[in-house]
Ligand binder design. Sequence first.
Ligand SMILES: Nc1nc2c(c(=O)[nH]1)N[C@H]1C(S)=C(S)[C@@H](COP(=O)(O)OP(=O)(O)OC[C@H]3O[C@@H](n4cnc5c(=O)[nH]c(N)nc54)[C@H](O)[C@@H]3O)O[C@H]1N2
Ligand SMILES: Nc1nc2c(c(=O)[nH]1)N[C@H]1C(S)=C(S)[C@@H](COP(=O)(O)OP(=O)(O)OC[C@H]3O[C@@H](n4cnc5c(=O)[nH]c(N)nc54)[C@H](O)[C@@H]3O)O[C@H]1N2
Ligand code: SF4
Ligand SMILES: [Mo]
Length: 704
Amino acid sequence: MGEVTKIRTACRQCHGGCGVIAHVKDGKVIKVEGDPNSPISHGTMCSKGLAVTQLAYHPDRILHPMKKTANGWQRISWDEALDTIKDKFQAVIDQFGPEHIVVGQGTGRDYESHLYRFANQLGTPNVLTAGHMCYVSRVASTLITVGNLPICDYAGGPKCIVMWACNPQWTNPDEYKGTTFWKALRNGAKLICIDPRKGFVANKADLWLQLRPGTDAALGMGFHSVIIEEELYDKDFVEHYIHGWDAFKDRVKDYPLDKVQDITWVDKELVRKAARMYAKTKPACIHWGVPTEQTNNCADCTRILTGLMAATGNLDAPGGNVLFVNPPTRTVAEFSRHKDLSPEQRAKRLGGDQYKLGARVAFITPKVAWESILTGKPYQLKAGLLCGTNPVVTRANAREAYEALKKLEFLAVIDFFMTPTADLADIFLPAATWIEQNHVADNWKRHGFVLARQKCVEIGEAWQDHKIFMELGKRMGQEWWDTVEDALGYLLEPSGLTWEQFKEKGYLQGEMVYYKYKERGFSTKTGKVELYSDTLDKWGFDPIPKYTELPESPVSTPELLDKFPFILNAGLRTPTFFHSANRQMPWLREVRPDPIVEIHPETAKKIGVEAGDWVWIESPRGRVMERTKINDGIHPQVIVAEHGWWFPEIKEVGHGWQISNINLLTDNSHASMDPAIGSTNLRNCLCNVYPVKEGEARIPQWNG
Ligand SMILES: Nc1nc2c(c(=O)[nH]1)N[C@H]1C(S)=C(S)[C@@H](COP(=O)(O)OP(=O)(O)OC[C@H]3O[C@@H](n4cnc5c(=O)[nH]c(N)nc54)[C@H](O)[C@@H]3O)O[C@H]1N2
Ligand SMILES: Nc1nc2c(c(=O)[nH]1)N[C@H]1C(S)=C(S)[C@@H](COP(=O)(O)OP(=O)(O)OC[C@H]3O[C@@H](n4cnc5c(=O)[nH]c(N)nc54)[C@H](O)[C@@H]3O)O[C@H]1N2
Ligand code: SF4
Ligand SMILES: [Mo]
């Protein structure tokens, strides 16, 4: 029996970041534990990361490339798999042009640098990510407003935290870990929670604003309204560093508190109290979450909240919302070779002349991809490569996503498991998990760190995603390095460290400088915070942010209320799952065996259901079923449902993707999207909810 070797690495079972010590014995990771020396997680880990051995060594995991044949999936070699993709892509390029190939990924997974470099060298502008409604949309909107994404400076000791649509104890998203927030709170910070659901944060908060889902932009304008009326803004900052303050002030006049109360359902005196607390307590930070982006108000809401950080003088101030300084490594943008994509190819980006802010950060919104495949307009995508994404479950209007991917002539998918999306592929490539890869991790984030993720083991024939893009790219005549580690050396070059040296060090942190704008202004056209955006104006959008009513809501479509009297808030995360992932891991599934919808006790009584009952949730686009949990911390007219559900234990093709997939209910019509970004409305629509009758449907059952 071998000795246990301990390897220091970095988790990436969610957006990543936690420091890990992996215990390796006889070539196998037998357990992982938190690294107490991690500057980010300080020894903590969550249930998902701790369960990595159940992911990596899962019996259903696919550990070799496969091709689909008339007789089902058949094992093939890497050479055959990559040559097949190369030949197909080359044929599409020769016959139609590279823009007819779509390259896609899901949420941030640390390989966007390689994916974009591959797509750019291929010559396709059609990169499909989750960025249209998650994180990158916040980045795009803040880039044109303040030049970078402002992040809470928890280390700087905020005295007031506004938790605006985020639940970091469960989600640890992007730059944030729940532990960091928790520490700041325990140091005595005041807490304002803006959330339609009473969860952990709302329970701890000094003030909880239970708004109508999706009305954040209006509430933000309510905050501005109080701050302007009571002159609580930072006069010096406003005078010297905001472009368009007067025009913005005029716009805020459209949002008197009575109107804000009508739109948001939040008592106007509570809005006033919260705005005062935020503006008067210094320093204060706004910790924002993804629901602010998943509506037609995406860009405007981001700009309104950024405006709050600016107007109160909390921008780039210690303990406020800061623009962290990256460590001296190459950024994702630098690595990606965006310049390789010629202006002619860029001009062909699907939806690029409509969703111009999205195009600016080089993604397409899924809607235009599905339309292209299904209608051939403006031209037809012919082939695709999807890495680490399950759009059949995770994108709005899942049925359209399914029909489109089914129709696509050729699809290659990179994943760990056969999923409802992988079922539609022609070639399956097996990806390595985070314990099987070397990477300069977290380099896409804006928290000022990069971390060493070290390969602990190799499993089967799986390759890390980075290597897959490199090897496929090389076959297609692209410029790459010989090895993954050589490419990491290039990423690290400005720091003067080799990969081996960096691995020893464990992490790098950029040196923080506050108030950078005082020396060099903001990285915008005017050098100021642009609450009036000439860029948006030039593109034909409203240059000043505002609230636009949700396209399907009690206000905009009252005629639907007879049939669909409730608001569906879709996308409740759980601590154990990551979107559509982890349902096959026993440690995690045991905690949460079924898809859950939360219903207010009064509503449950009205519709005749009790805790544990299966209910139909129906929107104008379809119906699915989930299991009732009673929650009196939500509004009686709102139901809150989990997303991401399919059933890996159902072995037939499709794995029950239609049973509880909430995105069969969400809308992706152009009218429902953010006009500048193309953000889809994944969170809110109208619905009905009623009991599933006995014998009416097949009820999924998890048996371990
Ligand atoms: N209704 C509703 N829908 C939502 C949301 C919501 O709030 N409401 N949230 C949305 C958000 S914010 C996002 S970002 C998207 C996420 O959407 P996706 O990224 O598409 O969803 P996931 O289920 O996380 O990932 C899909 C696949 O990636 C695989 N995978 C995981 N890690 C790796 C890896 O390292 N390499 C490879 N090759 N594969 C990997 C998993 O096995 C899984 O099958 O979902 C969105 N969907
Ligand atoms: N365990 C786990 N962790 C995850 C994920 C996961 O699937 N599982 N997904 C990852 C991804 S890709 C992302 S983007 C992040 C997202 O992480 P967060 O930004 O934390 O997003 P959510 O948990 O979806 O929602 C946060 C809070 O917003 C509330 N909320 C819902 N709708 C609204 C609204 O309209 N307005 C306001 N103000 N609040 C609202 C919810 O009730 C919830 O308490 O999490 C990441 N981390
Ligand atoms: S929070 Fe994310 S990075 Fe940390 S242990 Fe959990 S899955 Fe891993
Ligand atoms: Mo996300």
